[in-house]
Design a protein around this ligand. Structure first.
Ligand code: NZQ
Ligand code: ZN
Length: 393
């Protein structure tokens, strides 16, 4: 097992009706002025907005609001949120929604507390020194942003999507009521399932570190997500299935499923170039395209690890005479499952028109214009990234 440091400070309030406590929770911390931040309107349609406003009013919490965080959230709105926070002396950002509203809220919270342009943090040119605290009410089981150290924002002018990790991004508290995800569409539910799988699988299918506990936790997260995913798609109001997905989403990306192993999320980095260039691409759908291509490209560098994944996660039979067959069976099982839940597995199925020039540009951006390679079984430079993107076609 490799050395590790684990820090996951978010207080989680999990279960039915927990969001109605949001005012009382904020009051218990002593905050006075909140920025209520949300997406493009689903919380108004579902009635959640009214419930949150009532809870804040009942607890006597003063708030200002900013909606409009779109899927693949953008820097322009972050800048607007920062201005509001400074002008209104906001002392807590409350993000209500999926990963996009939460990431936008995290970027606002960091940006408002530091004196430089927030994009510098995403370009890793500056480190934040402080941040406003963030609370979240999660409405979509997917990104794990509700407990993760990441925030991902698109600079809409540069068409560049970048994330960075910081302990300042760990929310102070997150409210997880699985019932709030009943209204998520089948497509977005499936995108979420893929993303949850990916946050664990990208930590699992790596090279260094023997970590039995981590492996077993990861396998449990993967198997429960596959199981519950099928059930939630069949019956969107299946509380047990929605609860499993919601908790799996948080565990999958809070660090737990990678402890003691060395990982770098290559498929995630490549996907961010796709949804950064084509804003209509949902992150989970982009991953469903990139991951099978990456697996086909990479499995040969660690066949035993891919066999373990195939046997333990997908119940494939071990072919001792020719282990490569088992590794390939695991890849096929993953791809088949993505298709079963209605996900695209090729660029064509993403309904985007990707040209050779686009691929070249995505690969260049992914290497930060030659400044980095992506570490993994091999070093992924521009050529390797282009090869993988071509396998996605
Ligand atoms: O915007 P609204 O109107 O709220 O609608 C959203 C949006 O259209 C809708 N939705 C959310 N909850 C709903 C609902 N519709 C009905 N009922 C509900 N309860 O779903 C759509 C997608 O929402 P979004 O927040 O964009 O999805 P997701 O949670 O998948 O977030 C994706 C973003 O997170 C980033 C992705 O790159 C992408 O930008 N990620 C963030 C990570 C992190 N911070 O740790 C890690 C991930 O790997 C990922 O990169
Ligand atoms: Zn993800």
């Amino acid at each position: 097992m490799l050395n590790f440091e684990f820090y996951c400070p978010t207080r989680v309030f999990f279960g039915r009706d927990q969001h109605k406590r949001v005012g009382e929770i904020i009051k218990s911390y002593g905050f006075k002025k909140v920025l209520l931040h949300y997406g493009e309107g689903s919380i108004k349609k579902t009635g959640l907005y009214d419930e949150v406003v009532k809870a804040l009013n009942d607890a006597g919490i003063d708030f200002v609001e900013l909606g409009g965080a779109r899927p693949n959230p953008v820097l322009g709105l972050v800048r607007k949120g920062i201005e509001i926070c400074r002008k209104e002396n906001v002392d807590l950002v409350l993000a209500v929604g999926g990963g996009s509203a939460i990431d936008s809220g995290k970027a606002i919270a960091v940006g408002a507390a530091n004196d430089c342009d927030p994009w510098l943090f995403f370009m890793k040119k500056r480190e934040p020194e402080r941040a406003l605290p963030v609370g979240t009410i999660l409405t979509l089981a997917a990104t794990g942003s509700e407990t993760s150290a990441s925030a991902v924002i698109t600079n809409e002018e540069l068409k560049l999507k970048r994330g960075y990790n910081s302990d300042f991004h760990r929310p102070l508290f997150s409210i997880l009521n699985p019932e709030l995800t009943y209204t998520v569409s089948p497509y977005q539910t499936a995108c979420g399932i893929v993303d949850i799988i990916m946050h664990t699988a990208e930590r699992y299918l790596t090279q260094k570190g023997e970590a039995e506990v981590t492996d077993r936790i990861a396998e449990a997260v993967l198997k429960s997500t596959i199981n519950a995913g099928r059930k939630a798609l069949k019956n969107p109001r299946d509380y047990k299935a929605r609860a499993t997905l919601m908790w799996a989403g948080s565990i999958s990306h809070n660090g737990l499923t990678g402890l003691g192993r060395d990982f770098f999320m290559v498929s995630h980095q490549i996907e961010h170039e796709i949804s950064g260039m084509f804003e209509e691409v949902a992150h989970g759908a982009g991953l469903a395209v990139v991951f099978p291509a990456w697996m086909k490209y990479a499995y040969k560098y660690n066949i035993p690890r891919f066999c373990q994944y195939a046997v333990r996660v997908w119940n494939c039979e071990m072919d001792y005479a020719n282990p490569e067959n088992t590794a390939i069976a695991g890849i096929e099982a993953t791809e088949k499952f993505f298709r079963e839940i209605g996900m695209p597995t090729t660029m064509k199925e993403l309904n985007i028109n990707v040209t050779d020039e686009n691929i070249e540009e995505m690969a260049e951006k992914c290497t930060n214009y030659g400044e980095r390679t992506l570490p993994g079984y091999i070093e992924y430079g521009k050529k390797e990234i282009i090869d993988i993107l071509k396998l996605c076609m």
